[in-house]
Ligand binder design. Structure first.
Ligand SMILES: [Zn+2]
Length: 189
């Protein structure tokens, strides 16, 4: 699975490592090595962490808590208390250290610190009354993202990930159902 970082917040990106949640869920984090790779690819997190089985399970538990709480926000209902506890417990730990250099910020820390950072980042966006959290408009995606666009008109988590796929499918459907499509002659496909 290729990881996409298009949610506008790393905690929401973590929650989106499970796709198609309501139909046939696809889990991008099947092993601790997948989690290590996801963290390395996430710009705001340490480059290199080691995940053992216990911290891996803690990460998955935090991920599911973030997803439930984000969905609570999308559906405008009170937060799930179990999810709140998992998030707050994770956020209470130490966070990664940052160092400024000519190459930019260097972020370092272990997996516990990384989870703490993710939990704090998630808590911040979930607590923000102005943050517009939406679920992607492509039915099978189920990614929740932060819509920062002017007028909050974004319909999809990302154009490459979903927007273009929805538009291409709609175009194919229109072509199939429109008899006029057949009279445009050869070479129009
Ligand atoms: Zn999407």
């Amino acid at each position: 699975m290729d990881f996409a970082f298009v949610s506008g917040n790393p905690a929401l990106d973590l929650a989106a490592t499970v796709g198609s949640r309501r139909h046939e869920p696809i889990d991008g984090l099947a092993t601790p090595a997948d989690l290590e790779r996801w963290i390395a690819e996430c710009a705001e997190l340490p480059d290199r962490v080691t995940a053992d089985l216990t911290t891996f399970e803690a990460a998955l538990s935090l991920r599911e808590a973030i997803y439930r709480l984000a969905l609570d926000r999308v559906l405008d209902r009170p937060f799930d208390p179990g999810g709140i506890k998992i998030l707050n417990d994770a956020a209470a730990g130490p966070v990664p250290t940052i160092e400024l250099g000519d190459a930019g910020l260097h972020v370092s820390g272990d997996l516990r610190a990384t989870l703490s950072q993710l939990a704090r980042s998630g808590a911040t966006v979930l607590a923000d009354p102005h943050a517009r959290l939406k679920e992607c408009g492509r039915t099978d995606c189920t990614r929740i993202y932060l819509d920062r666009s002017r007028g909050a008109r974004r319909s999809w988590c990302g154009m490459d990930e979903c927007g273009n796929r929805v538009k291409a499918a709609a175009y194919r459907a229109r072509k199939r159902s429109s008899p006029a499509a057949g009279v445009r002659g050869p070479g129009t496909d």
